[in-house]
Design a protein around this ligand. Sequence first.
Ligand code: C2E
Ligand code: CA
Ligand code: CA
Ligand code: CA
Length: 279
Amino acid sequence: AKDNGKNTVQFFVAGMDEAYSNTMVLETMMHKALNNNEFELHYQPRINVRTGALSGLEALIRWRHPEQGLIPPTDFIPVAEESGMINPIGEWVLRTACAQNKSWQDAGYPPFSVAVNLSVRQFREQNLVQLISDVLRETGLEPQYLELEITENLSMHNMEYVLSILHEIRTLGVKISMDDFGTGYSSLSYLKKFPIDHLKIDQSFIRDIQHHKEDHSIVKAIISMAHSLGMIVVAEGVETDVQSSLLHEMDCDEIQGYLISKPLSADKIRHFLESKDEQ
Ligand code: C2E
Ligand code: CA
Ligand code: CA
Ligand code: CA
């Protein structure tokens, strides 16, 4: 589901046959979208499975296109990654998520962290560490309230380089999460080397957890391995109470998914936070 960039291109510019020019057209469209403020962030809560307390929100981008309506990230992020537009878009996401989190704190809500997804290309082409520290300074958000989500595929690139950046990010006080764990190419020896605070088990392992013994065993093993490495474990895509209680039994730390909430606009997050306050 992550690599449907090809379908996307057709969806946007039906009638064009050159994949190359399609990407160029989309690149121009995304450039305009950035200038016209057509991107927005929705936020999905993640809670502590034992206490129910909010542990953080994940920022997820959407494109509010004047004609196409709300476009999901799976329709344009792969093309943005291919074309390089992911760099300015990723920078906008980081700045917006940090500024938004600071404004929730300023409004008096109990502080929580915001998680931002990073693409591999942002490691290669941006001075990421400088960017992160600039954004934290500009927005006034304290570093412990920012988390960066990376994927295992990062391990396929120059490891020494990637590790040095991750360590620098960690030194700033920012947290690092391994996203979609179990779907990528990394080996356990990489996992040991990565400086990771949270490990997010991919939703494909959670989906059938109550019916498939194998998935149940795998999730249980991941949780115990991650704990022995000192990581906090998050289960993604939790949709039912049964899944939630199984994960609780397996000693999973945090859950994220439609059971708790879909990703919500910043306005709706206020309602979510207020309803949590009353509990
Ligand atoms: P992801 O980082 O794995 O994000 C989780 C996706 O699962 C989100 O889809 C979320 O809406 C969806 N989801 C959450 N809970 C459930 C559930 O209970 N059931 C099901 N079936 N789905 C659930 P979304 O928002 O469409 O994002 C898709 C992907 O696009 C993300 O996957 C991430 O890889 C990418 N993405 C989103 N925003 C950004 C961004 O700002 N930058 C980058 N580089 N990638 C982004
Ligand atoms: Ca993510
Ligand atoms: Ca994920
Ligand atoms: Ca994903």
